[in-house]
Design a protein around this ligand. Structure first.
Ligand SMILES: *[C@@H]1O[C@H](CO)[C@@H](O)[C@H](O)[C@H]1NC(C)=O
Ligand SMILES: *[C@@H]1O[C@H](CO)[C@@H](O)[C@H](O)[C@H]1NC(C)=O
Length: 269
């Protein structure tokens, strides 16, 4: 019993947020700003007080305010991760509001933040969740690959396109699309870390190869333009114009002849 009490005490003491679970949860998309709320229930002014924002069990220094002196006006000791990205609300201090804003959030900013008032001691816990966006992360995360699209072969009627992906891990989804975003049925060959797609296209258009690695929120695309001279259709068009022309001429001639015949007939009567 004593041991259990002791364990509970240790947990509560080292990381109360996990135990209480009564904190606030803030969810934002990466690269956007997050406001972490923290206010004294008494609403008494904190202008001349100390409050300290820390992150996770490692107690990283996020923001420290001591009677007007803080990390943005000379105080040192802020963790590198937060340098230049954290501010407080000066005009809210008189209402006991010690909320902070973290700009340009990264996924690594996710975690449990504690807002600590000294004298009297009061702790608040805020969970920040920074959600990853699907975007191009090639060069940023190993295994986030880039597709390449090439024209392997072409005639005046068609082009053979190939999309190639190498060094992709986790396993990617690769799709070929036309300029309107329709997914095209392509021949696929897969290896452990590579994918190739082939398709024969017969229309002038932009063609896209889109690679998605959902697990790492990575998407990258390659584009090419295909021009099909479409000789057959052009000839058809010309033939159409010629035939149309002939029909018009024939109709005109027939009408003229009929009108003449009719006037001659009328005169005779
Ligand atoms: C504290 O200030 C922030 C920023 O202006 C605001 O969003 C929040 O609602 C305020 N909290 C309270 C309890 O007034
Ligand atoms: C794509 O076409 C090329 C050239 O014809 C061929 O070598 C390759 O095996 C084809 N790949 C697939 C996935 O069909």
């Amino acid at each position: 019993m004593q041991l259990i009490m002791c364990l509970v005490f240790v947990c509560v003491w080292t990381f109360p947020a996990v135990i209480s679970g009564a904190g606030v949860r803030v969810v934002v998309e990466e690269d956007s700003d997050a406001v972490l709320p923290c206010s004294l229930s008494t609403k008494e002014s904190v202008i001349a007080k100390i409050f300290d924002w820390r992150k996770d069990e490692s107690q990283k220094e996020v923001f420290f305010y001591d009677s007007g002196i803080h990390y943005n006006n000379g105080r040192t000791g802020q963790d590198e991760q937060f340098r230049g990205r954290v501010s407080h609300y000066e005009d809210q201090l008189m209402n006991g509001n010690a909320s902070i804003k973290i700009q340009n959030t990264k996924v690594a900013d996710s975690g449990i933040y504690s807002c600590i008032f000294r004298h009297p001691r009061q702790n608040f816990y805020i969970e920040l969740v920074v959600e990853r966006l699907l975007r191009d992360r090639s060069g940023e995360i190993p295994g986030a690959s880039k597709p390449s699209i090439t024209i392997l072969d072409a005639t005046k009627d068609w082009s053979l396109l190939q999309c190639e992906v190498q060094g992709a891990s986790p396993e990617p989804k690769v799709q070929l699309q036309d300029g309107s975003g329709n997914i095209l049925p392509a021949e696929e060959r897969r290896g452990r870390y590579y994918v190739t797609l082939n398709i024969t296209v017969t229309k002038t258009d932009h063609y896209l190869c889109v690679l998605t690695q959902e697990e790492i929120s990575h998407q990258s695309r390659a584009e090419t333009f295909v021009f099909i001279s479409d000789a057959g259709n052009t000839t058809d068009g010309n033939v159409g114009v010629v035939i149309g022309g002939i029909v018009v001429v024939v109709v005109v001639v027939v009408v003229v002849v009929l009108v003449k015949l009719r006037s001659r007939f009328v005169r005779r009567c």
